[in-house]
Design a protein around this ligand. Sequence first.
Ligand SMILES: Cc1cc2nc3c(=O)[nH]c(=O)nc-3n(C[C@H](O)[C@H](O)[C@H](O)COP(=O)(O)OP(=O)(O)OC[C@H]3O[C@@H](n4cnc5c(N)ncnc54)[C@H](O)[C@@H]3O)c2cc1C
Length: 463
Amino acid sequence: MATRTRVADLRTSPQVPQGNVIVLGGGIAGLSAAQTLTAAGMQVTLVEAEASCGGTHRSHAIGPYTFDVGSIFYEANARLFALAPGLKEMCPTISRQQRRIAPGGELLHYPLEPREFLRRRPLELLLALLDLAWSRLRVRRNGGLDAISRKRLGRRFFESTGLRHYITRFHHVPPEEVSETFFFHRMGFIDKATRLRALARLTLRALFSRGSVANRPRPVLHVRPREGFAPLFERILAQLRAQGVETRLATRIDSIRREGSSFVLETDSGTLRASAIVSTIPLATLHKAVFGTSCGLEALDMTTLFASASWLDARVGNVLFNFDRHGRWKRATIYSRIYPEPALPREFLAIECTIPPGGEHAPDVIFADFRGHVEGLGLARDLALEGHTRVEGCYPLYRPDTEATLRNTLERIAQAGIVTVGRQGRFEYLPTSSGVIRRVREELEKAGLKSPADGPPASGVRA
Ligand SMILES: Cc1cc2nc3c(=O)[nH]c(=O)nc-3n(C[C@H](O)[C@H](O)[C@H](O)COP(=O)(O)OP(=O)(O)OC[C@H]3O[C@@H](n4cnc5c(N)ncnc54)[C@H](O)[C@@H]3O)c2cc1C
């Protein structure tokens, strides 16, 4: 059986004169890997396909509006802030107000509020509770998302809260065809809230607490700078360069091969050589570059629409999720409420809709659908499409058999001597940048590239 080649072994190989480690990808994972490797005394080159770093942290300025494609919220102790001095001070604070459109169009707290269950008719509540008790005893986990969701919530709550609709719209396949991994990684709140002890606490709170969860003070979160992500990532890049990291932006990796103990990387702007590679680019892209074939892992792309409106209902808060039966969109982030600008007469928001593998980016169709849905519910007026983008490989798609494919792919890449880290690098559903940085450090440590003491502890905000 082939043994895994550790980067540390390659670094000290006498056949490799320069000991240069190439980090592929300049998202959060790549930047944090570059920082860790440099701190461990390695000579690092960071290679990024785009002209700027940040990956899914990317802003789009359109006329007077600035939108993003992905991340935006960070807790005060987010690991991202440790990538360069002064980052936290660049990021203003806000209170996040998340709402969801429930089946039938009612606006409710997101993710779920215990009190909403008590507002049901007594018979309906009784049936849902009996169904929950029965599901706890009788539903067997089978590796699928449907079974674990029904076991924890009961079929009636799973469907009536709109969670089933949201999951189906997110994946474009029913929850029966999605792995239960999604429940534990993306639905962490529901996982924790539906453990027996938490359920008892929730019931007591629902019965005896007077206020609504939605009205309780929320922890203050940081958001990216008002002008967009660029100044944040320029500062991180400047810090890495000052520490000796060489950066190659606008350089896309096409293929990778071994020559003796070094790697040869063909890019769209020439050939690079390295004694070791740490990859944070999508695992499927890396597999193709190394073996020339597809590895079979599927990811969901996302259509993000940038829109404005003459009016939005104040009750939708600043982040709105779609748990309704209708509408293709899954989430809207209302930027005009995160970065208020009194001089602007219109609200502006980004709307997300996942694209199934092989599907098309169809912004006009998605926008017409969104407008029909929210204007029809009386939540918005005079919506206009300002722009759009397609974000590739936004979420890993875990089908029930994905884990075997993933194990096999990671094994082949490790045998080729490449270390993979990060959300994209290891095809992990990591919902926060802090989680990504934590996992990068864990994997680098496993590869012998980081001492356990390096790096500050921190948590992150689930997106
Ligand atoms: C929609 C969305 C919202 C989110 N919201 C939040 C949030 O509010 N708060 C939070 O903490 N986290 C949030 N996250 C999670 C977090 O931002 C991501 O998990 C994290 O940014 C992923 O970092 P990464 O470096 O693994 O991947 P990416 O950011 O995808 O970076 C991968 C990089 O590799 C580059 N690349 C790809 N192919 C090649 C190639 N062939 N050659 C060279 N380079 C290549 C890409 O250009 C990209 O820069 C969100 C994620 C998403 C998708």
